[in-house]
Design a binder for this molecule. Sequence first.
Ligand code: PLP
Length: 294
Amino acid sequence: LPCHLDGRWLALDEARVPVLDRGFMFGDGIYEVVPVYRRRLFRFDEHMLRLERSLTAVRIPNPHGRDAWLALMRELVERVAEAGGGDEQLLYLQITRGVTPRVHGMPAGLKPTVFLMSTPHHPPGPEQRHRGASCITHADFRWSRGDIKSTSLLGNVMARQLAMDAGADETILLREMPHGGVTVSEGSSSNVWIVLEGALIGVPPSGHTLAGIRLELLQSLCEETGIACHLRPIGEAELYAADEILISSAGRELLPVTRLDGEPVGHGAGRGKPGPVYARLHEAYEQAKLEQSI
Ligand code: PLP
């Protein structure tokens, strides 16, 4: 499939970067993942705002303005679709600081390396949504700038592998608070939500969670569908006592967590099954995909 590297279109397996690229040396780069439905970009402007925030935080100049990114990403979608990559895609874009002899400090005047590719997007189907995700929990051992969508993902990779080792789908990371107590930060590549007494509760943005694009989306879907929604810290005990647990990300959209640390999630007849709040939000999400893609 075609990809884009530093202004050139080429086949993915022919794309090369120098070993001194700081993305390779230090993980010194920023990325985004943008879902595409029916060849249209879902919540494009929200992704561009987060990209700008991440780049600013690490002092990499944004190589393109909003309209140039839009044109480039639309061209990628069309090229990939024409090459047989399908109409549902996940666009990956990465900007690294550039190529330079290996020094820690940030050399001035580098030309960022800009890379875009597309992979087929297979959101969870009916069977997976019915089965739900199985999660484990683990102490959050990552840095405190999780608000930056950095390509330095070793902590997230290690966290996800713990789930794989346990035969689970995702690891929910828990953090000791400086003044006592334990709260949920996020999944290894997802945000975490719980349902308590009919209300959806999500984790507010901080250095310990990425501000997922689905954070604002789910808040507005809740408003539309009349579900109460708050962002506030989620205590460990609340996670285990929740009526429902959900995870959200660009690739997995919204998924119910039906097992936590090997135990079924929820209470009564709904134990271990996707819950009613999930079902309503899933429907609203499907509608949003059609209405909020450009
Ligand atoms: N948290 C982490 C660590 C992630 O990697 C992701 C990305 O998928 C998310 C949260 C969810 O963010 P988004 O909804 O923008 O995909």
